[in-house]
Design a protein around this ligand. Structure first.
Ligand code: NAG
Ligand code: NAG
Ligand code: ZN
Ligand code: ZN
Length: 380
């Protein structure tokens, strides 16, 4: 049983009694491998299969908080890493870096959180704090080495494990406050998909009314780029290879234009019209046609980096890469989403169905992000 003192209600759960009732639902985890007080779903090898796994978190230190995970989004990088597609994955691996929950315990020096507060953790749990990147609040580019939320080793030698688990212990400085008005489930993917698209929109000045922003690909990342750019007041053009996504792009996410990228005439009409493009497609793809839609000095920013080697000189256009965002900026993004009611479109998944969700994700069959219902379906 997860024991928590619930001060603020969760969106779908009105009272502490209801929450307790929800988490009482037993899961079929008596056969979990490993031992410890935390229950998660782990990849034990590179087969891509996840199974119940018990382990321990470090004790809550003076500046740490502990929280009960209520939801965790499933990111494509979770899939790559459990299958060891990025090499040298540390197994057993509990993935998950779009984590939200309710604070259960705080260390004596913690000032930002108290039990009952909503908490979120994204892709990072620590960094050196001293290098130039860290000093500038760009912990994701820490030159000494970021401690990613999972597949990393903490200084005390313990392996960091992610959010497909009942609880997490994290330094308060790497924990985010999750807005009270946002649903925990549909808000979870903001922690990776949200910040990954928010940060480049801000950095490249595409966060202003009237800016003309293109978004390539309408998946988990792409639909967030559209929603955020619209919340900034931009005029948004979606490029997609699937004509079937037009209705959702325009009417669900509020895009202004939709172009099927194979439509030569439409592409030509968009020539030199955009201030910037957020490219969310991870597979290698030709960029020349998209670059032609940029104005003078326009930038195309690739968020999953799949950069082919070529130079762009005409019209001083730029191709750039961008990875998530720093802690302060992630907090700013969550607050912005709270203010503008920006959430993700999600499909909720029982933890027991995580392997089915992974298979569908591998086939790109998800609208638009899977979110694991941890608190309802995984009980330690
Ligand atoms: C996972 O951790 C191993 C061991 O530190 C490292 O070699 C590998 O690059 C990591 N994978 C990713 C995707 O960071
Ligand atoms: C916020 O968004 C949700 C989902 O899109 C919607 O149901 C709700 O009415 C919105 N709330 C406000 C205050 O706009
Ligand atoms: Zn991610
Ligand atoms: Zn650093």
């Amino acid at each position: 049983m997860v024991r928590i003192k619930l001060v603020r209600p969760m969106t779908e759960v009105k009272s502490f009694d209801e929450f307790s009732e929800a988490v009482k639902k037993p899961c079929a985890c008596s056969h979990a491998k490993g031992s410890g007080s935390v229950l998660g779903y782990a990849a034990l090898d590179d087969s891509g299969h996840l199974e119940p796994f018990r382990f321990d978190r470090r004790p809550v230190g003076p500046t740490d908080i502990s929280f009960a995970v209520t939801h965790c989004g499933i990111c494509h990088s979770d899939l790559h890493q459990i299958k060891n597609e990025w090499k040298n994955s540390i197994f057993p691996m509990v993935p998950g870096h779009e984590i939200v929950g309710i604070c259960t315990e705080v260390g004596p020096q913690v000032t930002k959180f108290k039990p009952g507060d909503r908490v979120a953790v994204g892709c990072m749990v620590d960094s050196c704090g001293e290098c130039e990147a860290c000093q500038r609040g760009l912990e994701q580019y820490c030159s000494v080495g970021v401690q990613w939320t999972y597949n990393t080793t903490a200084p005390d030698g313990t392996i960091n494990q992610g959010g497909y688990s009942t609880s997490l212990v994290v330094k308060e400085s790497f924990a985010l406050r999750f807005p009270d008005n946002l649903p925990l489930d549909a808000g979870a993917p903001l922690l990776c998909a949200g910040i990954t698209t928010y940060s480049p929109l801000r950095h490249w000045g595409l966060d202003k009314p009237g800016k003309k922003v293109g978004v390539i690909g309408l998946g988990g990342l792409g639909h967030m780029a559209v929603k955020l750019a619209k919340a900034f007041g931009a005029e948004v053009t979606v490029f997609s290879t699937s004509p079937g996504k037009e209705h959702e792009a325009l009417h669900e996410f509020g895009a202004d234009h939709f172009i099927v990228s194979k439509d030569r005439a439409a592409m030509k009409k968009a020539h030199s019209t955009l201030d910037g493009i957020i490219d969310t497609v991870s597979a290698n793809h030709p960029l020349a046609d998209y670059l032609a839609t940029l104005k003078l000095d326009g930038s195309l920013i690739m968020v999953p980096l799949a950069l082919p080697a070529f130079a762009i000189t005409a019209q001083r256009r730029s191709v750039a890469g961008s990875a998530i965002g720093g802690i302060q900026e992630t907090q700013e993004m969550l607050d912005f989403c709270g203010e503008h009611n920006v959430t993700c479109m999600i499909e909720k998944v029982d933890v027991a169905d995580v392997n089915k969700a992974m298979e569908r994700l591998a086939a790109n069959d998800v609208k638009y992000r899977f979110v694991l219902e941890i608190a309802k379906t995984l009980v330690a």
